[in-house]
Design a protein around this ligand. Structure first.
Ligand SMILES: [Zn+2]
Length: 291
């Protein structure tokens, strides 16, 4: 993209932005990206922004952009710059796949000129966590955004990562954005916000009823349908392993060591979210199930 085009994109953005974001852009020098993030094409009309924080889906339409998630607060300007590399049109809607700050952190910036949509429980979790930038639009079972002839469908298919997870479906591209319900490295079961491994298996089975061949996970590389199936299978396998460990009398303090298994990749990543943050709640969830 040449400099004129970037300037034009900036001007367009300033026209639709409030004074607040205009001031931020002026202070920061606008399109001068910090270089932490990168954008790449997933399919025609759909890009992904990767880098620290949750993967962002960038769905282009003839009437503006629908953004799925928006990383941390400090990423707002760089996200705007990267979007301006692929379209001159502004972001009109943001869908938060859930409440975590690495997926919804730039809500305050985008709310200056776009609508933010999330599941009702995700908004409640944000409210309880004193997060800034609450979504103005919530839904319970499903909703959709129709913009410029493009339809983006949003489903709550059950609990898993949290109790407010959204699955975003791009039917014309046979592609989904799964938020952290799909994790390329090792998932975090957020028990403090209604997460559940049992619910997670059911929810991924529901995801698999959609007609898709490509999935953007919350973290990690782009997945295909087989990767999503494997994710579901590992969740089932790890639940079975925890069940047998508890039945064998392993206690909560030893279970982190005992659960490590070469066939379960999530347990092989010692500093991953599964081993670091999910184990005690997972132990208690399974204990409760088999009691
Ligand atoms: Zn998350």
């Amino acid at each position: 993209m040449n400099k004129n085009k970037i300037m034009q994109a900036l001007v367009n953005r300033l026209l639709v932005s409030s004074l607040f974001s205009a001031v931020i852009l002026a202070v920061s020098g606008g399109a001068a990206a910090q270089g932490r993030l990168n954008i790449s094409e997933v399919k025609d009309g759909l890009h992904v922004i990767m880098g620290p924080g949750g993967n962002i889906g960038v769905r282009l339409t003839p009437e503006g952009v629908i953004l799925i998630d928006n990383k941390f607060p400090q990423d707002f300007e760089e996200i705007q710059s990267l979007v301006a590399e692929v379209t001159d049109l502004p972001v009109r809607y943001v869908i938060n796949t859930h409440h975590h700050g690495d997926h919804s952190g730039s809500n305050p910036g985008f709310l200056q000129f776009a609508e933010v949509i999330a599941h009702k429980n995700a908004r409640e979790n944000m409210l309880r966590g004193n997060q800034e930038g609450l979504p103005r639009i919530i839904y319970t079972d499903e909703t959709a955004v129709s913009l410029g002839g493009i339809e983006v469908r949003v489903f709550h298919m059950g609990s898993g990562h949290t109790n407010g997870d959204s699955v975003v479906y791009f039917p014309d591209l046979k592609t989904i954005h799964g938020g952290d319900l799909l994790h390329g490295i090792a998932p975090f079961i957020d028990y403090g916000n209604g997460g559940s491994s049992r619910g997670w298996v059911r929810t991924v089975n529901n995801i698999l009823t959609l007609d898709f061949n490509t999935a953007i996970p919350g973290h990690g590389e782009i997945m295909d349908r087989r990767d999503v199936l494997n994710f579901r299978n590992q969740m089932e396998a790890i639940r079975a392993r925890m069940t047998s460990l508890i039945r064998d009398g392993v206690n909560i303090s030893d279970v982190s060591n005992q659960i490590i298994d070469p066939d379960l990749s999530w347990t092989q990543i010692e500093d991953g979210l599964f081993m670091q943050r999910s184990i005690p709640g997972f132990f208690n969830e399974i204990l409760e199930e088999i009691r």
